[in-house]
Design a binder for this molecule. Structure first.
Ligand code: ZN
Length: 322
């Protein structure tokens, strides 16, 4: 019994001894830390900038990551599918963008109060010769500005469907990037998403759009026409079916324009009736929305621009009174 008590007493001394040692070293550390803190604070002199002096802040470093370019990132390219630029001429205005972000451009010539419009490339690369014709007309007018009467302003939208043109120069280049036939997407009174294909173009599946005016290309041209009071317009196509007046049924001023254009170009009027019913066309929507006269006009084939004929057509258009 006595022996056991003695042992436990010894343990109490040891434990207390250790406790005391721990407290002492803690105090020593605290004292050391505080003196160090004061010393390092005193090291940096607090400088108050004098009048007129700029205070220079000490450099601060952050752990910022370095920027490494993502090898899979492709910057978006905003360009027309066929590069076209007048060497010494007016810059086009951008009236909108295609689904792929390509520019839809309008060239302006003259500054008279009577406004006329030419639209090309609504069926993209499939009718790419209409875009080539527009480019030729733009170049010609720029070199021969006298073709524009003094009371006239002419707008040329040279490529309404740049995505279709970029995609293909054949049947695959006709629709926009949503597979929509843009000349069936305008919100004219007879718009339909689908139509009877009898007598119509049927080389590829196409639609009139999810709703009338659903496509950005269509809306760009719509807002351009709404913003400019247009006397008369030609929407170019190919190939061979002739000149189609706007309106359902065809409106008188558009029929007069079609006849006059047919006379100078040799393109047939009345146009060849294949039995196809055209819905949601630009020409129909245009006359329903304030354009005086409007036609869909087809070049002779898918290759040539028929430039001489269409220079005569341009003169007819610019002198046309609806
Ligand atoms: Zn066409």
């Amino acid at each position: 019994m006595a022996r056991r008590q003695k042992t436990s007493h010894a343990w109490v001394y040891v434990i207390w001894g250790l406790n005391g040692l721990a407290i002492l070293s803690l105090l020593a550390f605290l004292a050391f830390y505080r003196t160090n803190l004061r010393a390092s604070a005193a090291d940096e002199p607090i400088s108050t900038p004098r009048r007129g002096e700029t205070r220079i802040l000490p450099p601060t470093s952050y752990f910022l990551p370095t920027l490494t370019p993502n090898p899979f990132y492709t910057p978006p390219v905003f360009e027309t599918s066929t590069p076209f630029e007048l060497a010494n001429g007016p810059r086009p205005s951008i009236i909108g963008f295609s689904l792929a972000g390509r520019r839809i451009e309008a060239y302006t010539f003259g500054d008279g109060e009577k406004r006329y419009l030419v639209v090309a490339g609504i069926h993209g690369g499939y009718e790419g010769n209409t875009i080539a014709l527009a480019n030729e007309l733009i170049t010609y007018i720029n070199e021969n500005p006298d073709v524009i009467p003094s009371n006239v302003t002419l707008y040329i939208i040279r490529n309404m469907n740049p995505d279709g043109e970029a995609r293909d120069n054949g049947v695959d280049g006709r629709v926009n990037n949503n597979g929509v036939d843009l000349n069936r997407n305008f919100p004219s009174k007879n718009w339909t998403a689908d139509w009877d294909r009898d007598g119509c173009w049927l080389y590829r599946p196409t639609t009139g759009g999810k709703y009338a005016g659903s496509e950005p290309e269509t809306r760009s041209v719509m807002s351009f026409i709404r913003g400019h009071k247009i006397e008369a317009m030609i929407s170019y196509h190919s190939a061979a079916l002739g000149v189609f007046p706007g309106g359902v049924p065809w409106e008188e001023p558009s029929k007069r324009l079609a006849k006059a254009l047919s006379k100078v170009t040799g393109y047939v009027y009345p146009p060849i009736d294949t039995g196809c019913v055209y819905t949601g066309t630009l020409a129909d929507w245009a006359v329903e929305n304030g354009v005086g006269a409007s036609v869909d006009m087809e070049l002779r084939d898918h290759k040539n621009t028929d430039f001489e004929e269409n220079l005569k057509a341009l003169k007819v258009l610019l002198n046309f009174q609806p």
